[in-house]
Write a new protein. Sequence first.
Length: 297
Amino acid sequence: MTISESTVVIITGASSGIGRALALYLAERGARLGLIARRAEKLNEVAWEAMKRGAADVLALPCDITDREAFQRIIGEVQVAFGRIDILVNNAGFGHIGYVEDTPQEHLESVFHVNVFALWHGAAAVLPLMKEQGSGQIITISSMAGVIPFPANAAYVAAKHAAVGFTRALRSELAGTGVEAMVVLPAGTMTEWASATEGGPILPLFEYENERSVEIAEELSIEKAVMPSLLSPEDVAEQIVDLIEHPAPVLYTHPNSEELAQRFAEDQVGTEYQLLPSWLANREGYLRMRKELRVKS
Ligand SMILES: NC(=O)c1ccc[n+]([C@@H]2O[C@H](COP(=O)([O-])OP(=O)(O)OC[C@H]3O[C@@H](n4cnc5c(N)ncnc54)[C@H](OP(=O)(O)O)[C@@H]3O)[C@@H](O)[C@H]2O)c1
Protein backbone atom coordinates (compact mmCIF):
# COMPACT_ATOMS: atom_id res chain seq x y z
CA MET A 1 0.00 0.00 0.00
CA THR A 2 1.30 3.45 -0.83
CA ILE A 3 1.25 5.75 2.20
CA SER A 4 -0.03 9.24 1.46
CA GLU A 5 -2.07 12.02 3.09
CA SER A 6 -5.26 10.10 2.31
CA THR A 7 -4.05 7.01 4.24
CA VAL A 8 -5.85 6.58 7.58
CA VAL A 9 -3.99 4.54 10.19
CA ILE A 10 -5.16 3.58 13.68
CA ILE A 11 -2.38 2.57 16.09
CA THR A 12 -3.04 1.11 19.54
CA GLY A 13 -0.32 1.60 22.15
CA ALA A 14 0.86 4.80 20.44
CA SER A 15 1.96 6.56 23.64
CA SER A 16 5.39 4.89 23.77
CA GLY A 17 7.85 2.44 22.22
CA ILE A 18 7.14 0.82 18.86
CA GLY A 19 3.66 2.42 18.50
CA ARG A 20 5.05 5.92 19.10
CA ALA A 21 7.95 5.42 16.66
CA LEU A 22 5.59 4.04 14.01
CA ALA A 23 3.19 6.99 14.43
CA LEU A 24 6.07 9.42 13.86
CA TYR A 25 7.37 7.62 10.74
CA LEU A 26 3.85 7.51 9.27
CA ALA A 27 3.47 11.20 10.13
CA GLU A 28 6.56 11.95 8.03
CA ARG A 29 4.77 10.23 5.10
CA GLY A 30 1.80 12.58 5.65
CA ALA A 31 -0.69 9.95 6.87
CA ARG A 32 -3.83 10.70 8.92
CA LEU A 33 -3.53 9.06 12.32
CA GLY A 34 -5.86 7.83 15.06
CA LEU A 35 -3.65 7.24 18.11
CA ILE A 36 -4.89 5.14 21.02
CA ALA A 37 -3.44 4.46 24.51
CA ARG A 38 -4.45 5.10 28.13
CA ARG A 39 -2.00 7.90 29.06
CA ALA A 40 -3.59 11.03 27.58
CA GLU A 41 -0.62 13.30 28.29
CA LYS A 42 1.88 11.05 26.51
CA LEU A 43 -0.54 10.50 23.65
CA ASN A 44 -1.00 14.26 23.19
CA GLU A 45 2.77 14.71 23.12
CA VAL A 46 3.03 12.09 20.33
CA ALA A 47 0.14 13.75 18.46
CA TRP A 48 1.86 17.18 18.60
CA GLU A 49 5.12 15.69 17.41
CA ALA A 50 3.29 13.85 14.60
CA MET A 51 1.68 17.09 13.41
CA LYS A 52 5.10 18.80 13.46
CA ARG A 53 6.56 15.99 11.36
CA GLY A 54 3.92 16.35 8.66
CA ALA A 55 0.87 14.22 9.49
CA ALA A 56 -2.17 15.39 7.49
CA ASP A 57 -4.30 15.06 10.64
CA VAL A 58 -4.02 13.40 14.05
CA LEU A 59 -6.62 12.32 16.57
CA ALA A 60 -5.31 11.51 20.07
CA LEU A 61 -7.85 9.11 21.53
CA PRO A 62 -7.20 8.11 25.15
CA CYS A 63 -8.80 4.73 25.79
CA ASP A 64 -8.27 1.51 27.70
CA ILE A 65 -8.62 -1.06 24.94
CA THR A 66 -9.75 -3.72 27.41
CA ASP A 67 -13.03 -1.77 27.53
CA ARG A 68 -14.47 -3.29 24.34
CA GLU A 69 -17.33 -0.80 23.96
CA ALA A 70 -15.09 2.24 24.44
CA PHE A 71 -12.44 0.84 22.06
CA GLN A 72 -14.96 0.07 19.31
CA ARG A 73 -16.70 3.43 19.80
CA ILE A 74 -13.39 5.24 19.31
CA ILE A 75 -12.69 3.29 16.11
CA GLY A 76 -16.13 4.43 14.93
CA GLU A 77 -15.15 8.04 15.72
CA VAL A 78 -12.04 7.73 13.50
CA GLN A 79 -14.20 6.34 10.69
CA VAL A 80 -16.64 9.28 11.00
CA ALA A 81 -13.86 11.89 11.24
CA PHE A 82 -11.70 10.60 8.35
CA GLY A 83 -14.30 8.75 6.23
CA ARG A 84 -12.19 5.61 5.85
CA ILE A 85 -9.75 3.34 7.69
CA ASP A 86 -6.85 1.86 5.74
CA ILE A 87 -4.71 0.29 8.43
CA LEU A 88 -5.26 -0.93 11.99
CA VAL A 89 -2.04 -1.62 13.89
CA ASN A 90 -2.85 -3.82 16.90
CA ASN A 91 0.29 -2.88 18.80
CA ALA A 92 -0.67 -2.32 22.48
CA GLY A 93 0.62 -5.08 24.72
CA PHE A 94 2.48 -5.96 27.89
CA GLY A 95 4.03 -8.95 29.62
CA HIS A 96 4.29 -10.25 33.15
CA ILE A 97 6.75 -12.21 35.27
CA GLY A 98 5.78 -15.57 36.73
CA TYR A 99 6.21 -19.30 36.32
CA VAL A 100 2.91 -21.03 35.55
CA GLU A 101 2.20 -22.14 39.13
CA ASP A 102 2.87 -18.58 40.42
CA THR A 103 0.72 -16.71 37.89
CA PRO A 104 -2.34 -15.21 39.55
CA GLN A 105 -5.61 -15.59 37.67
CA GLU A 106 -5.95 -11.80 37.38
CA HIS A 107 -2.55 -11.52 35.62
CA LEU A 108 -3.50 -14.29 33.20
CA GLU A 109 -6.73 -12.49 32.40
CA SER A 110 -5.24 -9.00 32.07
CA VAL A 111 -2.47 -10.27 29.76
CA PHE A 112 -5.06 -11.95 27.53
CA HIS A 113 -7.42 -8.96 27.61
CA VAL A 114 -4.81 -6.64 26.08
CA ASN A 115 -2.67 -9.02 24.01
CA VAL A 116 -5.47 -11.21 22.59
CA PHE A 117 -9.07 -10.11 23.13
CA ALA A 118 -8.40 -6.51 22.05
CA LEU A 119 -6.98 -7.76 18.72
CA TRP A 120 -10.29 -9.41 18.06
CA HIS A 121 -12.34 -6.38 19.11
CA GLY A 122 -10.27 -3.94 17.04
CA ALA A 123 -10.37 -6.13 13.95
CA ALA A 124 -14.12 -6.78 14.28
CA ALA A 125 -14.71 -3.01 14.39
CA VAL A 126 -12.73 -2.15 11.23
CA LEU A 127 -13.45 -5.22 9.07
CA PRO A 128 -16.93 -4.28 7.75
CA LEU A 129 -15.58 -0.94 6.46
CA MET A 130 -12.35 -2.42 5.06
CA LYS A 131 -14.31 -5.15 3.24
CA GLU A 132 -16.64 -2.50 1.80
CA GLN A 133 -13.59 -0.45 0.70
CA GLY A 134 -12.11 -3.62 -0.86
CA SER A 135 -8.78 -2.73 0.77
CA GLY A 136 -7.12 -2.48 4.14
CA GLN A 137 -4.47 -3.93 6.42
CA ILE A 138 -4.67 -5.34 9.93
CA ILE A 139 -1.18 -5.54 11.37
CA THR A 140 -0.75 -7.34 14.68
CA ILE A 141 2.39 -6.91 16.74
CA SER A 142 3.01 -10.31 18.28
CA SER A 143 6.55 -11.23 19.36
CA MET A 144 9.21 -13.89 18.97
CA ALA A 145 7.36 -15.18 22.06
CA GLY A 146 4.59 -15.97 19.56
CA VAL A 147 6.71 -18.66 17.89
CA ILE A 148 9.25 -19.79 20.50
CA PRO A 149 8.85 -20.06 24.28
CA PHE A 150 10.75 -18.39 27.06
CA PRO A 151 10.37 -19.07 30.79
CA ALA A 152 8.82 -16.96 33.54
CA ASN A 153 6.40 -15.39 31.08
CA ALA A 154 4.04 -18.21 30.06
CA ALA A 155 0.87 -16.09 29.99
CA TYR A 156 2.57 -13.66 27.58
CA VAL A 157 4.02 -16.49 25.46
CA ALA A 158 0.58 -18.13 25.24
CA ALA A 159 -1.05 -14.78 24.39
CA LYS A 160 1.50 -13.98 21.67
CA HIS A 161 1.08 -17.49 20.18
CA ALA A 162 -2.66 -16.73 20.14
CA ALA A 163 -1.92 -13.49 18.27
CA VAL A 164 -0.11 -15.50 15.57
CA GLY A 165 -2.99 -18.00 15.36
CA PHE A 166 -5.52 -15.15 15.21
CA THR A 167 -3.68 -13.53 12.29
CA ARG A 168 -3.39 -16.80 10.38
CA ALA A 169 -7.12 -17.51 10.80
CA LEU A 170 -8.03 -13.94 9.84
CA ARG A 171 -5.90 -14.19 6.67
CA SER A 172 -7.85 -17.28 5.64
CA GLU A 173 -11.16 -15.45 6.16
CA LEU A 174 -9.94 -12.45 4.17
CA ALA A 175 -8.83 -14.34 1.05
CA GLY A 176 -10.01 -12.48 -2.04
CA THR A 177 -11.36 -9.43 -0.15
CA GLY A 178 -8.40 -7.09 -0.77
CA VAL A 179 -7.85 -6.85 2.99
CA GLU A 180 -4.58 -8.21 4.42
CA ALA A 181 -3.81 -9.57 7.90
CA MET A 182 -0.11 -9.56 8.82
CA VAL A 183 1.83 -10.37 11.95
CA VAL A 184 5.06 -8.80 13.21
CA LEU A 185 7.44 -10.81 15.44
CA PRO A 186 9.87 -8.49 17.21
CA ALA A 187 12.50 -9.73 19.64
CA GLY A 188 14.00 -7.56 22.43
CA THR A 189 13.35 -3.88 21.73
CA MET A 190 14.43 -0.98 23.96
CA THR A 191 11.05 0.35 25.08
CA GLU A 192 9.03 0.66 28.27
CA TRP A 193 7.89 -2.96 27.79
CA ALA A 194 10.50 -4.45 30.15
CA SER A 195 9.54 -2.10 32.99
CA ALA A 196 5.79 -2.30 32.34
CA THR A 197 5.61 -6.08 32.92
CA GLU A 198 3.00 -7.10 35.47
CA GLY A 199 4.56 -8.53 38.64
CA GLY A 200 7.70 -6.32 38.41
CA PRO A 201 10.34 -5.26 35.86
CA ILE A 202 11.69 -8.18 33.83
CA LEU A 203 14.99 -6.57 32.74
CA PRO A 204 17.06 -7.65 35.80
CA LEU A 205 15.95 -11.25 35.17
CA PHE A 206 16.94 -11.05 31.48
CA GLU A 207 20.31 -9.55 32.44
CA TYR A 208 20.97 -12.29 35.01
CA GLU A 209 19.95 -14.94 32.45
CA ASN A 210 22.25 -13.52 29.75
CA GLU A 211 25.31 -13.47 32.00
CA ARG A 212 24.76 -16.70 33.90
CA SER A 213 23.78 -18.73 30.80
CA VAL A 214 27.30 -18.24 29.40
CA GLU A 215 28.77 -19.92 32.50
CA ILE A 216 26.20 -22.74 32.44
CA ALA A 217 26.85 -23.37 28.74
CA GLU A 218 30.55 -23.73 29.52
CA GLU A 219 29.91 -26.04 32.51
CA LEU A 220 27.64 -28.30 30.38
CA SER A 221 29.70 -27.93 27.17
CA ILE A 222 26.62 -26.81 25.23
CA GLU A 223 26.85 -24.48 22.26
CA LYS A 224 24.18 -21.92 23.13
CA ALA A 225 21.59 -20.83 20.54
CA VAL A 226 22.42 -17.44 19.01
CA MET A 227 19.82 -15.04 20.38
CA PRO A 228 18.56 -11.98 18.45
CA SER A 229 20.22 -8.77 19.62
CA LEU A 230 18.33 -5.72 20.94
CA LEU A 231 16.95 -3.12 18.51
CA SER A 232 15.51 0.36 19.00
CA PRO A 233 11.76 0.98 18.53
CA GLU A 234 12.68 3.11 15.50
CA ASP A 235 14.47 0.12 13.89
CA VAL A 236 11.32 -1.97 14.32
CA ALA A 237 8.93 0.79 13.21
CA GLU A 238 10.91 1.41 10.03
CA GLN A 239 10.44 -2.23 9.07
CA ILE A 240 6.69 -2.03 9.76
CA VAL A 241 6.47 0.92 7.34
CA ASP A 242 8.21 -1.29 4.77
CA LEU A 243 5.72 -4.10 5.52
CA ILE A 244 2.81 -1.71 4.84
CA GLU A 245 4.36 -0.88 1.45
CA HIS A 246 5.33 -4.50 0.69
CA PRO A 247 2.76 -6.73 2.43
CA ALA A 248 3.83 -10.19 3.63
CA PRO A 249 2.16 -12.65 6.03
CA VAL A 250 4.96 -12.44 8.63
CA LEU A 251 7.70 -9.96 9.50
CA TYR A 252 10.71 -10.99 11.57
CA THR A 253 12.31 -7.72 12.60
CA HIS A 254 15.53 -8.82 14.35
CA PRO A 255 18.71 -10.40 12.94
CA ASN A 256 18.89 -14.16 13.73
CA SER A 257 15.23 -14.32 14.78
CA GLU A 258 13.80 -16.04 11.70
CA GLU A 259 16.61 -18.64 11.76
CA LEU A 260 15.93 -19.36 15.44
CA ALA A 261 12.18 -19.75 14.88
CA GLN A 262 12.75 -22.02 11.87
CA ARG A 263 15.20 -24.18 13.80
CA PHE A 264 12.72 -24.49 16.67
CA ALA A 265 9.90 -25.49 14.26
CA GLU A 266 12.04 -28.07 12.45
CA ASP A 267 13.93 -29.56 15.42
CA GLN A 268 12.27 -28.61 18.71
CA VAL A 269 14.24 -31.05 20.88
CA GLY A 270 17.60 -30.01 19.40
CA THR A 271 16.82 -26.31 19.77
CA GLU A 272 15.55 -26.79 23.33
CA TYR A 273 18.97 -28.29 24.12
CA GLN A 274 20.67 -25.19 22.72
CA LEU A 275 18.35 -23.01 24.82
CA LEU A 276 18.91 -25.06 28.00
CA PRO A 277 21.67 -22.83 29.46
CA SER A 278 19.36 -19.80 29.13
CA TRP A 279 16.40 -21.64 30.63
CA LEU A 280 18.42 -22.98 33.59
CA ALA A 281 19.89 -19.52 34.21
CA ASN A 282 16.38 -18.06 34.03
CA ARG A 283 15.08 -20.47 36.70
CA GLU A 284 18.03 -19.67 38.96
CA GLY A 285 17.48 -15.91 38.54
CA TYR A 286 13.73 -16.24 38.99
CA LEU A 287 14.07 -18.22 42.24
CA ARG A 288 16.57 -15.66 43.59
CA MET A 289 14.23 -12.83 42.64
CA ARG A 290 11.30 -14.49 44.42
CA LYS A 291 13.41 -15.09 47.53
CA GLU A 292 14.52 -11.44 47.61
CA LEU A 293 10.90 -10.30 47.25
CA ARG A 294 9.90 -12.59 50.16
CA VAL A 295 12.72 -11.20 52.33
CA LYS A 296 11.64 -7.61 51.56
CA SER A 297 7.92 -8.20 52.29
N1 LIG B 1 9.88 -4.34 23.70
C1 LIG B 1 10.06 -5.60 23.39
O1 LIG B 1 11.12 -6.19 23.71
C2 LIG B 1 9.01 -6.34 22.59
C3 LIG B 1 9.38 -7.55 21.97
C4 LIG B 1 8.43 -8.24 21.25
C5 LIG B 1 7.14 -7.75 21.13
N2 LIG B 1 6.80 -6.59 21.73
C6 LIG B 1 5.41 -6.12 21.59
O2 LIG B 1 5.42 -4.86 20.93
C7 LIG B 1 4.24 -4.14 21.27
C8 LIG B 1 4.61 -2.72 21.67
O3 LIG B 1 5.34 -2.77 22.90
P1 LIG B 1 6.56 -1.81 23.22
O4 LIG B 1 7.78 -2.63 23.26
O5 LIG B 1 6.53 -0.62 22.33
O6 LIG B 1 6.23 -1.45 24.75
P2 LIG B 1 5.71 -0.13 25.46
O7 LIG B 1 6.65 1.00 25.20
O8 LIG B 1 5.46 -0.54 26.87
O9 LIG B 1 4.33 0.18 24.71
C9 LIG B 1 3.15 -0.51 25.00
C10 LIG B 1 1.97 0.37 24.62
O10 LIG B 1 0.76 -0.34 24.90
C11 LIG B 1 -0.14 0.57 25.51
N3 LIG B 1 -1.11 -0.16 26.32
C12 LIG B 1 -0.86 -1.11 27.27
N4 LIG B 1 -2.01 -1.51 27.83
C13 LIG B 1 -3.01 -0.80 27.24
C14 LIG B 1 -4.42 -0.75 27.40
N5 LIG B 1 -5.07 -1.51 28.30
N6 LIG B 1 -5.14 0.10 26.62
C15 LIG B 1 -4.51 0.89 25.72
N7 LIG B 1 -3.18 0.88 25.50
C16 LIG B 1 -2.44 0.05 26.27
C17 LIG B 1 0.77 1.49 26.35
O11 LIG B 1 0.16 2.75 26.55
P3 LIG B 1 -0.52 3.27 27.91
O12 LIG B 1 0.29 2.74 29.06
O13 LIG B 1 -0.45 4.75 27.76
O14 LIG B 1 -1.90 2.73 27.86
C18 LIG B 1 1.94 1.67 25.39
O15 LIG B 1 1.69 2.71 24.49
C19 LIG B 1 3.57 -4.95 22.39
O16 LIG B 1 2.52 -5.72 21.85
C20 LIG B 1 4.69 -5.84 22.89
O17 LIG B 1 4.19 -7.01 23.51
C21 LIG B 1 7.72 -5.86 22.46
